[in-house]
Ligand binder design. Structure first.
Ligand SMILES: *Cc1c(COP(=O)(O)O)cnc(C)c1O
Length: 373
């Protein structure tokens, strides 16, 4: 049986009429650029996350770039982030003139290891960009403590972790993205809250960052043709905002369904390979479901076998950022971040979406088991 990585149409069918009516409304009003649907979605999105503000932008990459600028990251600053993420996290750091500094990851969660982060802090360090990888919250207690101690900004790359939660200080459950100075989100179709195209957002509780973000996304202007600064053309499209408002009403249920799929995967694969660990103080959003094997050969074999069986799979990420050609000038090499090196050689991700059936789950897990025989 063919199993795809994601199935966008499965999520569309039950809400097709609602979505098409909302899109038609925008078409009939023709308020395509920063229409009222954008403002409405921003309010709903901020309310969902428990933040004061949300600003809709063109995509999750621009969200990071503009969050960095709005919070004051400048040329020559060092920004510590994970090497085990999509390049959007680090290319935006470089693009604002700052220097990405990669710290090592934790061997169990695959998220930034706060001890390694602390070792990378210098007089030039301005910010930390934790990435809640696959939807698993980072150790935000430790990261916020480091930031407070060294006076650093924290910009949470929440592209894979919308609806994930973290029990901050063991006292208060907070959504990922609402803990640092800014949270950045992607509405790329395959993310937890996917648009029907590109989209993104930044959340913050800071009035000044909020005002700057609104200017930055619209060529640096508050009033048309009055530019207090240079900015970008990076607005959330009104059609996408109308779609996102509807999908937002369903996203918590979808995350529950993803967690149910994850539980079934974990049960079937117990003792076969390492399945994702969800600490007591976290709710995973399971944007991706990632396995770890005890050798690269076993991982590569499992991947080859699943592909032969037409079961989609993917390595997130096959080459860590410190080893990418794009960062050769930073001089990173194998052995610098040993945990990350070992993890990238031994993980791969299975199909994951809310509507995955029991039959599909069995097909996938049977194939993983067969590949190891
Ligand atoms: C998807 C993703 C981004 C970028 O989002 P886009 O909307 O595709 O620009 C950034 N960081 C991480 C970790 C992502 O997974």
């Amino acid at each position: 049986m063919k199993v795809p990585m994601v199935d966008m149409l499965a999520g569309y069918a039950p809400i097709k009429d609602e979505i098409e009516a909302a899109v038609k409304t925008v078409f009939n009003k023709a308020n395509f650029i920063l229409g009222e649907e954008v403002t409405r979605f921003e309010k709903e999105f901020a309310a969902h996350n428990g933040t004061k503000y949300a600003v809709g932008v063109a995509n999750g990459t621009d969200a990071i770039r503009m969050a960095l600028i709005a919070s004051g990251v400048k040329k020559g600053d060092e920004v510590i982030t994970s090497p085990f993420t999509f390049i959007a996290t680090s290319e935006t750091i470089s693009q604002v003139g700052a220097i990405p500094v990669f710290a090592d990851i934790d061997p169990v969660t695959f998220n930034l290891d706060p001890k390694s982060v602390e070792q990378k802090i210098t007089a030039k360090t301005k910010a930390i960009v934790p990435v809640h990888l696959y939807g698993l919250p980072c150790d935000m207690d430790a990261i916020m403590a480091l930031a407070a101690k060294h006076n650093l900004l924290v910009i949470e790359d929440t592209a894979q972790a919308f609806t994930a939660k973290y029990n901050l200080g063991g006292k208060e459950w907070k959504y990922c993205g609402s803990i640092g100075h800014c949270g950045t989100y992607s509405f790329f179709p395959a993310k937890n809250l996917g648009a029907f195209g590109d989209g993104g957002a930044v959340t913050t509780n800071d009035d000044k960052i909020y005002e700057t973000l609104k200017q930055l996304r619209n060529h640096g202007s508050k009033v048309r043709y009055h530019h207090e600064m240079e900015g970008f053309n990076s607005r959330l499209d009104t059609v996408q905002a109308a779609i996102l408002s509807i999908r937002l009403r369903h996203v918590e249920k979808w995350t529950e369904m993803r967690n149910a799929v994850a539980a079934k995967y974990a049960e079937a694969l117990q003792g076969v390979c390492v399945t994702p660990v969800v600490p007591e103080n976290a709710r995973h959003s399971f944007n991706y479901y990632t396995l770890r094997f005890d050798s690269k050969a076993k991982r590569d074999n499992a991947q080859k076998y699943l592909t032969e069986q037409q079961i989609a799979n993917q390595i997130y990420y096959p080459i860590a950022l410190h080893l990418q050609e794009a960062y050769a000038h930073l001089g990173g090499k194998r052995g610098d971040l040993p945990v990350c090196d070992a993890v990238m050689d031994t993980v791969f991700s299975l199909p994951m979406y809310p509507e995955l059936s029991d039959e599909q789950i069995k097909t996938v897990t049977d194939a993983v088991k067969a590949s190891l025989k």
